[in-house]
Design a protein around this ligand. Structure first.
Ligand SMILES: [Zn+2]
Length: 246
């Protein structure tokens, strides 16, 4: 693992693609260094094997323009315990991101909410000197990111920020479709269709991006919640360079 300015953390490989791949691809295109950490291998998912999902995840990361790591934490058992927090803290202290994107606070899949809490706490505790972690037999320096956003998953919320991803929507869909074992698959004989394998699921993803894009006067958008109080500003340049068209 090496330093990156932007870090997206997710419970499962494919969470990032569905929820913030457009934003990550955009930031990568703008010259920022982007990393993705999948907490689990998604080994409890209905379709595909963990090995296949890792392969798919790596291919998707190439499309996004990000480095990708997997912590191998236990799928469906993301308890907010110090032991698991430390796995995230160790990684974050190596990557030293300024901005993090994390799972939604409340969602249909309980792992997403658990991952949110676990990640939020790990990102905070990572800034405390007395929480000790080591890498290559050396104690790590504390690190806390400046900004944390959570991305929208299944359950909608009122976003604080919508990123205009019109430029990278195609890359987002391409990255999602890389997960061939999960999306848009016809069930084989005797096999059940899952919630996400139905082609209607992908249509929903596209429609949502269209709806949030509309809210900011763009074609496609990705919504986020900002954590940690009001967004700090030193000037109004974000407002002057982002005129609302509607
Ligand atoms: Zn997930």
């Amino acid at each position: 693992m090496k330093k990156h300015q932007i870090l997206a953390i997710a419970a499962h490989p494919d969470d990032v693609e569905l929820c913030c791949a457009g934003t990550l691809a955009l930031l990568s295109n703008q010259g920022l260094s982007v990393a993705i950490i999948d907490l689990t291998k998604g080994e409890m998912g209905t379709r595909g094997t963990p090995e296949l999902r890792i392969k798919e995840a790596d291919a998707a990361a190439k499309i996004i323009g990000a480095s990708r790591y997997n912590l191998g934490l236990p799928d469906t058992m993301l308890n907010n315990k110090r032991e698991l927090q430390k796995e995230i803290i160790r990684a974050v202290r190596l990557i030293q991101p300024e901005i993090c994107f994390i799972n939604a606070e409340n969602d249909r899949h309980p792992d997403h909410g658990h991952a949110h809490k676990l990640t939020m706490d790990a990102l905070f505790y990572g800034g405390l000197q007395k929480i000790e972690t080591s890498h290559n037999n050396e104690f790590q320096k504390p690190w806390r990111p400046s900004h944390i956003f959570s991305y929208m998953q299944d359950t909608p919320f009122e976003p604080d920020v919508v990123m205009d991803i019109s430029e990278t929507m195609e890359a987002k869909i391409e990255a999602i479709m890389t997960f061939e074992s999960q999306f848009n698959v016809k069930p084989a004989e005797g096999e059940k269709s899952t919630y996400i394998s139905d082609p209607a699921f992908l249509e929903m993803i596209k429609s949502r991006a269209r709806v949030f894009g509309h809210q900011i006067g763009a074609t496609y958008g990705e919504p986020f919640k900002y954590h940690g109080g009001p967004i700090p500003l030193k000037d109004l340049s974000p407002f002057l360079s982002n005129k609302r068209v509607r």
